[in-house]
Design a protein around this ligand. Structure first.
Ligand code: ADP
Ligand code: TRP
Length: 321
């Protein structure tokens, strides 16, 4: 089975919500299947209009994704804009996609509510996303809940193409949405998100990381008071990074008293630094010498491009070009 997902380089990089909600489930699935993770940089152009920012975001995200890649679950990481025919496939798909379908897209309607005018790329966004997926005969696409409609569009667009030309050419991909992980991690009771400025970047320096963890909202009980681990935001995050015996030990400390939220936060910091230590070390190496990242991407870009081009050559024949 072939699994693919994309992470847009629009911000600095990965926060804990992205990691727990998207990256980790992806790597777990990939242990048993063939995995493609790519940077949809053409998609970022809908909102990033400055070359330096674009490059900086992309470099940082590529280094992070690579640094987080587990040894036992290898997959390809590549760049969308290195696929020579991605926009040709998008155009062909646009030619069989109805305007009325596109008018139903939440992403475009949301942007339209925020801005008086939107760019055409925001409107066409789901068609490019369909070309990302069906251009590689992908079976499954792990995404967050917010992408559910885009996946439905992808299936509609693929199905419509097959019907129009009387072929069984594009595979209809299945979305994979982990309902439990879809909204869990937070530091102030809300979904951890860039939009709420309540996120924890995985690759921040230790000082910034500590400051962020210390700002997690907790109860206001005194040090000696007994506390409830199950209603604590710090403990909620610990669940992802500690084994069950460690968690049990910490929960008892909460209930016994004389264990302050400050202690818990330092313990969480320690867990994160230990858990992400190998990735943080690799990340630093990649940032110090970005050519290491480029070498890896080049290798995978070539493999992905070959697959995508083969599909395009067949596609051209079907439509008579
Ligand atoms: P943000 O919400 O910070 O803007 P993105 O929209 O860039 O994050 O999300 C990238 C991926 O990470 C998506 O698949 C999304 O569903 C997932 N994700 C983001 N935040 C969380 C969260 N708090 N919990 C679970 N998954 C998340
Ligand atoms: N639209 C996705 C997002 O905003 C990014 C993306 C582009 C994507 N192409 C994709 C995700 C293909 C999965 C598969 O997060």
């Amino acid at each position: 089975m072939r699994i693919l997902t994309g992470v847009k380089p629009t911000w600095n990089g990965m926060h804990l919500g992205n990691y727990l909600g998207m990256y980790k489930p992806f790597t777990q699935k990939v242990k048993w299947h063939e995995g493609f993770l790519f940077l949809p940089d053409f998609h970022s152009l809908t909102s990033v209009h400055d070359a330096d920012t674009m490059l900086r975001n992309k470099h940082r995200l590529a280094a992070e994704l690579l640094a987080l890649m587990p040894d036992d679950a290898p997959f390809m990481i590549f760049e969308q804009s290195k696929m020579s025919h991605i926009n040709d496939i998008t155009w062909i798909l646009s030619s069989v996609t109805s305007y009325s379908l596109m008018l139903r897209a939440h992403s475009f309607k949301d942007s339209q509510n925020k801005n008086s005018d939107i760019n055409m790329a925001v409107f066409n966004y789901p068609i490019l996303m369909a070309a990302d997926i069906i251009g590689y005969d992908v079976d499954m696409v792990p995404v967050g809940k917010d992408q559910k409609q885009h996946l439905e569009f992808t299936r509609d667009i693929a199905g419509n193409f097959n019907k129009t030309y009387g072929v069984d050419f594009f595979k209809l991909p299945e979305p994979y949405i982990d309902e439990e992980l879809a909204l869990i991690p937070w530091i102030d009771g809300r979904k951890m998100s860039k939009s709420y400025d309540n996120f924890i970047w995985i690759f921040d320096d230790e000082k910034t990381l500590k400051k962020k963890i210390m700002s997690i909202v907790t109860g206001s009980e005194a040090l000696e008071d007994m506390k409830d681990p199950d209603s604590c935001n710090v403990y909620a995050l610990m669940k992802y990074f500690a084994d069950s015996s460690k968690l049990e030990e910490i929960a008892s400390k909460y209930r016994e008293g004389w264990y302050g939220y400050g202690h818990a936060k330092l313990e969480l910091l320690d867990m994160l630094l230990t858990y992400f230590w190998p990735a943080r070390k690799k990340y630093q190496e990649y940032i110090d010498d970005y050519s290491l990242v480029e070498q890896e991407l080049e290798k995978w870009n070539a493999i992905a491009e070959k697959l995508h081009n083969d599909k395009y050559i067949k596609l051209k024949k079907i439509v008579g070009l």
